[in-house]
Design a protein around this ligand. Structure first.
Ligand code: NDP
Length: 295
């Protein structure tokens, strides 16, 4: 039987409405959540992510402080807007768009962000808190995956979850969230990567399979258990002369074949993607509420 499609756009829209209502409530107390965004250089993908983030802020009433810096910005010059926004009460979240140019040390930059404003959840202190199961900002993409599962009625507790990919922004944090003793966790998690000996052996055991490898359509139907929930985080450009742009976007999952075997599946685009920005808005709202003593 063909899988039910998890409509990430719809879930994201519902969550953004919820966030907007909370932002409006705060505004009655003269509190306007603010997000500071820093973009170094002119990478087209980064520019388009930053534009999307700022547009999303505007739509739900979050103030955004936009900082565009040239590609040859020196590390200490990049620290200046971070320091300014660390101390600016109008700013509740600071986001430095990654990747940064090679001459800038990413770890030093992430360490410079005030952990209370680290709405991407990449500051080592917040990563430590997440691993220890303390309340903190959760990184947006893996948090978006958990929201999609929960809001689609998927039981995480006790599930065998297999994650393909161990990056610091998706695989590792997601695995940590899912093993926490919490309603959003209590899963049994396996994390696979390029050194995994028999990938299909693991993926075929998964009740919930998360693909976050960045390899177009690498998860084929024979790698998936009948009735599994399949979450595709991957976003890959593949050449397609029939498209005006000459390419199309595809996930890490062979969607057409896998949807015949899965019980629930996310499409690409329109699955996890819209959730990532939504969780950034969520973290910024939570930060504003905390700063105002409302949580
Ligand atoms: P990275 O390249 O940082 O990590 C990829 C991971 O996948 C690595 O751990 C790598 O293993 C593993 N991997 C790659 N190929 C294979 C393979 N053949 N078999 C098993 N494991 C493999 O990617 P990201 O985590 O940053 O992103 C993953 C994908 O998710 C990308 O397509 C990216 O565009 C997308 N993405 C989407 C977002 C969204 O909002 N929808 C947000 C963030 C990312 P190893 O560690 O051994 O190299």
């Amino acid at each position: 039987m063909a899988a039910k499609i998890i409509d990430g756009k719809q879930v994201a829209q519902t969550m953004r409405e919820e966030i907007k209502q909370e932002v409006e409530k705060l505004k009655k107390d003269n509190i306007v959540p603010g997000l500071g965004v820093i973009l170094v250089g002119e990478d087209p993908a980064s520019q388009s992510y930053v534009r999307a983030k700022e547009k999303a802020c505007e739509k739900i009433g979050i103030y955004s402080d936009d900082n565009r810096l040239p590609a040859d910005t020196k590390q200490d010059e990049l620290m200046a807007p971070i320091k300014r926004m660390n101390n600016d009460p109008k700013i509740n979240g600071i986001l430095v768009q990654l990747p940064l140019p090679d001459h800038i040390n990413e770890t030093d930059v992430l360490l410079a962000i005030n952990p209370d404003k680290d709405v991407d959840g990449f500051h080592p202190m917040n990563i430590g808190k997440m691993v220890a199961g303390e309340k903190t900002f959760w990184p947006c993409t893996p948090h978006g995956v958990i929201q999609l599962l929960q809001r689609s009625g998927v039981k995480i507790e006790g599930a065998e979850v297999v994650i393909v990919g161990r990056s610091n922004i998706v695989g590792k944090p997601l695995a940590n969230m899912l093993i926490q003793k919490a309603p959003t966790g209590n899963a049994t998690v396996t994390v696979c990567h390029t050194r995994t000996k028999d990938l299909a052996f693991h993926t075929k055991r998964a009740d919930i399979l998360v693909a976050a490898a960045g390899k177009p359509e690498m998860i084929t139907a024979d790698m998936v258990k009948e009735g599994a929930v399949v979450i595709d985080v991957g976003v890959n450009r593949v050449e397609d002369p029939s498209k005006e742009k000459g390419y199309r976007l595809t996930g890490d999952v062979d969607f057409e074949a896998v949807k015949e075997k899965a019980s629930l599946i996310t499409p690409v685009p329109g699955g996890v993607g819209p959730m990532t920005i939504t969780m950034l808005l969520y973290n910024t709202l939570e930060s504003a509420k905390k700063a105002a003593g409302k949580v």
